[in-house]
Design a protein around this ligand. Structure first.
Ligand code: ATP
Length: 183
């Protein structure tokens, strides 16, 4: 089995992420997908705006809105949100791999994240342990060719109210919790 790990800040999860999730499952690029909201992301200038619990809840709402044949293959995993302090991807991979012995771990990353891969903790070991699927983002064009095309939306645009491309349940959650109001 191919187990995909899709990590991100998901502040909030948006239709670009959802498109990736649907393509990965419907095209059988992975058989099972773990969506991993980050606890305390590094390599970012700013802290997330929403709490880990809120970002996890929005991921869960978004996954539950997916068609059943997709959502049954997708799970939101809170390991990084629940961990104290920053998470390194390799720690998450090692923890997840214990539950999927004999399976191939596939890391899903955007071109923007992949370009910084050598700065990641224990990058060489990580590259040995996983396969990468790199998603080209229109605003970060790269050389990678997956069959997954990106939709031009970012969480930054959502937070700045330049885009409202989020699943309906996520839009309702943002409104209810008054997230991103002053941005
Ligand atoms: P921000 O605008 O706050 O930086 P983001 O929209 O880039 O956020 P992240 O949570 O940082 O979202 O993204 C998680 C993962 O999803 C990263 O690997 C990122 O490259 C990828 N990703 C983000 N937006 C898209 C998109 N529109 N299409 C495809 N992949 C995306």
């Amino acid at each position: 089995m191919r187990v995909g790990l899709y990590g991100g800040t998901f502040d909030p999860i948006h239709n670009g992420h959802i498109h990736v999730i649907q393509e990965l499952i419907s095209r059988k690029i992975v058989d099972h997908l773990l969506v991993l909201p980050a606890g305390q992301p590094r390599l970012r200038d700013n802290e997330p705006h929403a709490t880990g619990a809120q970002r996890r809840a929005m991921c869960q709402l978004a996954v539950s809105e997916l068609p059943a044949e997709i959502s049954k293959c997708v799970e939101v995993n809170p390991i990084e949100v629940l961990r104290e302090g920053p998470s390194y991807t390799i720690d998450t991979v090692e923890a997840v791999a214990q539950n999927y012995e004999g399976d191939t771990i596939v890391l899903i990353v955007g071109t923007d994240a992949y370009e910084k891969i050598d700065q990641w903790h224990r990058a060489d070991e990580l590259k040995e342990m996983v396969e990468f699927v790199v998603i080209d983002r229109p605003e970060f064009p790269g050389q990678h060719n997956t069959s997954v095309d990106a939709i031009a939306v970012s969480a930054t645009d959502i937070r700045a109210h330049k885009s409202d491309a989020v699943p309906a349940a996520v839009a309702a959650y943002i409104k209810e919790h008054n997230l991103y109001a002053s941005k």
